[in-house]
Design a protein around this ligand. Structure first.
Ligand SMILES: [Zn+2]
Length: 288
């Protein structure tokens, strides 16, 4: 099929789709699963035409989503939105091979999310679905529907964790999974992610390498102070990094401390796991 060439994705890239969003599109285009993207109506129109040219089915939410409540500080990403009239925020686009599937996903969101149905359509592992449902209330109340804290609490293994499971990289436009894994080392999520990595590698070896480079590294987060990442480097391994390899969903004192910390003469990695100025309550996760 022609859509498996990298050239097919350039139109999406040139219209502002992230690599993570293109991975969702690829998964749907390959018939692996149905996909859901939360994007602007401009991008939705581009995607709908792109998909129609390739015989793929799409459905569009008749409402938009905007951030609600406390500012999530997750960049362009919305984990906990509220509905707004079409044209006021981001809309859902559902994409897949079968009209029945995209309609079912669209109807599920329209009437209130049916997590089980969506997990089936989006190929979310059973263990992670159960975990999601079990912690849904707390995640919404305390963490704006992000699960990084609860996943960390549930993980007994020490890091570094498999980079395939680093969904937090999605906040910077990359990731192999779009669901919250039940453990950072969840094996079902790893298999699921590796399948997607193979799909990507078949389209472009460069895309696969880029995904790995952007998912490996040291992540720092505190529930409402955004997500920060030293891309490509493990602090515990004593890796040197450059200030320009620090990315943040929200620029804060933590960003500044991480950038300053690139000058390793200012701190001793053998004595501390964090550069000076990185708050004690900021959780460090490493993915390799
Ligand atoms: Zn799991």
């Amino acid at each position: 099929m022609t859509w498996t060439s990298a050239a097919d994705f350039t139109e999406l890239w040139f219209n502002g789709f992230t690599h993570g969003e293109c991975r969702e599109v690829l998964e749907a285009a390959s018939g692996y699963k149905a996909s859901r993207l939360l994007i602007t109506r401009y991008k939705a129109a581009v995607l709908t035409e792109w998909a129609s040219d390739r015989g793929l089915r799409t459905a569009l939410s008749d409402f938009d989503v905007i951030e609600s409540g406390t500012l999530e500080n997750k960049g362009h990403w919305i984990n906990m939105g509220r509905r707004a009239p079409a044209g006021h925020g981001l809309c859902f686009v559902y994409l897949g091979h079968r009209l029945r599937d995209v309609r079912a996903a669209c109807a599920s969101d329209a009437s209130g999310e049916d997590a089980g149905l969506l997990a089936d359509l989006f190929r979310i592992p059973e263990c992670c679905l159960r975990f999601y449902e079990l912690h849904a209330e707390r995640a919404r109340m305390e963490f704006d529907n992000d699960y990084a804290v609860v996943t960390t609490e549930a993980t007994t293994a020490t890091g570094p964790y498999p980079w395939y499971n680093n969904y937090l990289a999605q906040y910077f436009g990359h990731s192999l999974i779009h669901h919250f894994p039940c453990r950072w080392d969840c094996e079902a999520s790893q298999s699921r992610a590796l399948y997607s990595l193979n799909l990507i590698a078949d389209v472009s070896a460069s895309w696969a390498r880029l995904t790995e480079a952007k998912c490996r590294g040291t992540v720092w987060f505190s529930p409402r102070d955004g997500v920060h990442m030293v891309q490509g480097h493990l602090i515990s391994r004593g890796d040197d990094y450059r200030a320009d390899e620090v990315v943040s969903t929200v620029h804060s004192d933590l960003t500044y401390a991480l950038k300053l910390g690139a000058d390793r003469s200012t701190w001793d990695p053998a004595a501390t796991d964090r550069p000076p100025g990185v708050p004690k309550d900021a959780v460090r996760l490493e993915f390799d």
